[in-house]
Structures are given as C-alpha cells and as structure tokens.
Design a protein. Sequence first.
Length: 270
Amino acid sequence: MELIDSHAHIDFPQFDEDRAAMLDRARAAGITTILAIGSGPGPEKLDAALPFAEQHDWIYATVGTHPHEAKDLTPAHLQRLAELTTHPRVIAYGEIGLDYFYDHSPRDVQQRVFREQMELAARAKLPLIIHCRDAWDDCLHLLEQAWRPTGLRGILHCFTSTLADAQRGLDLGFLISFAGNSTFPKAQNLRDIAKALPLENLLIETDSPFLAPQPYRGKRNEPAYVGEVAKAIGSVRNLPAEEVASATAANFRRFFGLARPATSSAPESR
C-alpha cells in the first residue's frame, strides 16, 4: 500500500528520542512521501522542517507561522520567511490561518498575520496549508477575498467543518485533508463528508504527533499510522484502504507536480 502523509510535525520534541526509528517505521508502512510542516515552535525557529527535507529525498517542507504564534511575528520574521520560501525543498506555505478555539493570539492579530503570510505565499507562488479551528466563516471569507485573486490553490488541513464549508474550499481550488480524528467513533460527520466529496479532492494526514487514530488513541501519533485514515475513508466509500491510499497519494503528487517515487518503501539504510 502506497501512502503519503500530507501533514506531519516531525520536528517536534515528541520525536527527539526515536526520530530515525519513527521514519523507518513510516517507510516500512508504505509511506513514500511526508510533507513536514515548518511552523515549528514559532518564529524563533522558522526553518524547523528544512533539515529533514534536506536529509531525505522523500520528505518535503513548508514554512510559515501558526495562528497561535501570530502575536510574536515581527517584520524581521516576515523577511526571513520570504527568504525561506525560495528554498528548493519548500513546496507549500503553512500552516497558517485562524484559531478561535484557543485564541492564543488576538483575533485581529491572527487575521492581519494571515493576510501578511498570504502575501508572502503569493509572491513565492506557493500553495497554502490552512489551519482553521472554530473560525471557518472568517477563514474562508479571507481566502475568498485575498487568496482567490492569486489563482493559487491550497489544502484545508485536518478538516473539521461542514460539507458546505468543504465545498467552499473546493470552489477555491483547495484539497480537503482528513486526519486521525476522522477515525474516532463520534466523528461520523467527518466520514460522511469524506464520502460525499470527490475522491480526487481528498488527502490524508496524521498531524503527528497529535490526533492518533482510534487504534492508537491516547498515544503519540506518527506517520506510520496514516493508513488508518485511509481505512476510515474506505469504510464509508465501500473501497479498500489500498484504493484510498493510492488515490490520495496520486492527488498529492498531482497537486504539487511531483513524480511518483521510483524507489521502494523499504527503510533507509544508515
């Protein structure tokens, strides 16, 4: 089964003790590509994901500042982010967006920083990776207002809203990505949305180290578990997990213009 984890925070300290083994487990599970999200711990480490993309040809990186840390972003940080967008291993900008659940940054600051980072992404011609929690109306409105005119696309990561909001995303040219929470017993609404949307518009992810899928609930999540999301989507679409895995992997490669890897998914030798 070929799998792509379209969103993982492999730089986070939860992996410090066994990161190499975690990546080997991912390869052994059939993962051919990981998109390492570069929002890191915040503006103090804007290149958080780049070392992994530089060391492994099957890992790509993003750069950006999460809405939680929007209040800490300075003009100097924005300048550094603009520089990082030119790195050849950076294929997307994010995760950025709005989070009204935690409100770690004031909402007006989140919105301003969201706009500023959309401008950087547009300048670099990079698609967006969007984080949105309890802010869907504002988030989608800003995307429709400020992002649609660029003609660029994006991904609604760890989707948690309604079918109507997913359709607004599709209308913007975005893909919809489902994470481990879609496997939870009480998340039938997410599985119903994954069933209703065209398969060619879906991605799967772990959001590691968060949101471990149901068989691993309460444990640290890792890319090797992304197949559980494929199983959950397959269960409502009456498709084998392998077909969902293959389709979402093809969607990812097509979206980013990446060739299918020629190498096997065996663990890398060290």
